[in-house]
Ligand binder design. Structure first.
Ligand code: ADP
Ligand code: MG
Length: 237
């Protein structure tokens, strides 16, 4: 039997009288990329928070063989008074692995910006810092909650390619929430479509394409059509 990196079972998650998540069973294999697509408010962020261990009040079970799990949010959430380097190392007093931070700065394409403050960065650059900060703890799983939705379309494509490169290089599995069907299909091995509250996983689409992928691949277009049909059935669109 395959050893899952993460085995997530949420039988039920409620906020007050509202059941948000129900019967969610989700496994993540080492190095696998999985995307979650679903309507606003269906509980995608809540599910990621459960996986990250930030939300403990639910019925279910989380098995984590991944050890370190890191989170990248929609907004970069950088400390404005810390430099790029300090933000990645989480420390104002330079008490971090300088060589590793320097390597990460190069890997995310921010060479020369180690001493810059966040206000000097574009949105895309700030999100590169957030990704580097996520990698600092050498996680085996990176959780990403709509990480690229605040950047323009071309920057987004570059960040998607960067994310794939980094995941490959560091053998990291990805669990990503997005509203962008193209993004989900381009990045993922599996795309999971969630439905409205109480939400569960309605449909799973396998994207059996090797990397590097071509955004113009006709199979991606076919899978997009399928995804849109599912999203319509789930009344997401
Ligand atoms: N801390 C909270 N307290 C009460 N309700 C919450 C809390 N967090 C989220 N919710 C509610 O749970 C539902 C799912 O939220 P969320 O996980 O943020 O959805 P999504 O990320 O899919 O848009 C929403 O109706 C939201 O209002
Ligand atoms: Mg959300």
């Amino acid at each position: 039997m395959t050893e899952h990196l993460l085995d997530i079972r949420v039988e039920r998650k409620t906020f007050g009288a509202t059941t948000v998540l129900q019967n969610i069973h989700l496994q993540l294999q080492p190095r696998e990329a999985v995307s979650l697509l679903g309507p606003s408010g269906c509980g995608k962020s809540t599910l990621l928070r459960i996986v990250a261990g930030l939300e403990k009040d639910y019925q279910g079970e989380l098995r984590n063989r991944a050890g370190e799990v890191a989170f990248v949010f929609q907004e970069p959430r950088l400390m404005p008074w810390l430099t790029v380097e300090q933000n990645i190392g989480f420390s104002a007093d330079n008490d971090y692995d300088k060589a590793w931070v320097a390597q990460l700065i190069e890997e995310v394409g921010l060479g020369g910006f180690a001493q810059a403050l966040p206000k000097a960065l574009s949105g895309g650059m700030a999100q590169r810092v957030a990704i580097a900060r996520g990698l600092y703890s050498r996680p085996h799983v990176l959780l990403l909650d709509e990480p690229f939705s605040a950047v323009d379309a071309f920057t987004r494509m570059k960040l998607q390619d960067l994310l794939l490169q980094l995941a490959e290089r560091h053998a990291i599995a990805l669990l990503l929430v997005t509203h962008d069907v193209d993004e989900a299909l381009y990045l993922s091995d599996r795309v999971l479509v969630m439905d409205n509250r109480p939400s569960s996983i309605r449909q799973e689409l396998a994207v059996q394409l090797t990397h590097p992928r071509d955004r113009r691949d006709p199979l991606l277009a076919q899978l997009k059509a399928l995804s849109l049909t599912e999203l319509q059935r789930a009344h997401v669109i």
